[in-house]
Ligand binder design. Sequence first.
Ligand code: URA
Length: 240
Amino acid sequence: MQLQDILFSQGFGTRRVCAGLVQQGHVTIGGQSITDAAAEFAPEGLLFVVDGVPWEYHELAYLMLHKPAGTECSRKPSAYPSIYTLLPGPLRLRPQKGAVQGVQAVGRLDQDTTGLLLLTDDGQFIHRMNSPRHHVPKVYEVTVKHPVDERQVQRLLEGVVLDDDPKPVRAAACERAGEMQLRLTLTEGKYHQVKRMVAAVGNRVEGLHRSQIGGLVLPPDLSPGQWRWLDEVHLAALRP
Ligand code: URA
């Protein structure tokens, strides 16, 4: 694949901008400056550096972000900064079917929720992860206002009725994790689901953190606001 096309596919700008980046000496591979925009490279696994910033070629992008509090999972946020501002430009500008599309969050977390968020430009992956049929478990660490009692845990496990659906929703797992702490596993992703379920059993969410999706645990060394590529091991942990 030509270097200019590699850069274009990774979100470094229009084809013309990418050709210019190479021709003007902004790109190095293996420590060597490459100025021929049409030079051919095998893209898979290619490491290149643009203006001193290392980049790894990915045909499709899969990443995890440690979402900090006070950010919105929307591209057009209403009150808080968008999570997309935490990503480097190329991840926001990756083209798909000719148009700038960038990666998208796999589901949304509330503005005040922290923790593990996946992003990708693979539409099928988003569909699979969000589909209720696939029952991908998501683990939430919940801080509540009032002390947790065993009856609340039992009700969350048995199922509670929310205001938008007569069918009860239940936690796939739920345990008391401290006086004011619950660990709750859900396999669906209804709007404000944790907050509404906890309210339905007479308590109130004061803090919400997603620690795990499927078999993928938020790495302790990924600080709030940081992102990382998902590798094959991470992706395997997300498969049922
Ligand atoms: N449930 C909620 O109430 N909020 C979230 O952000 C995620 C799950």
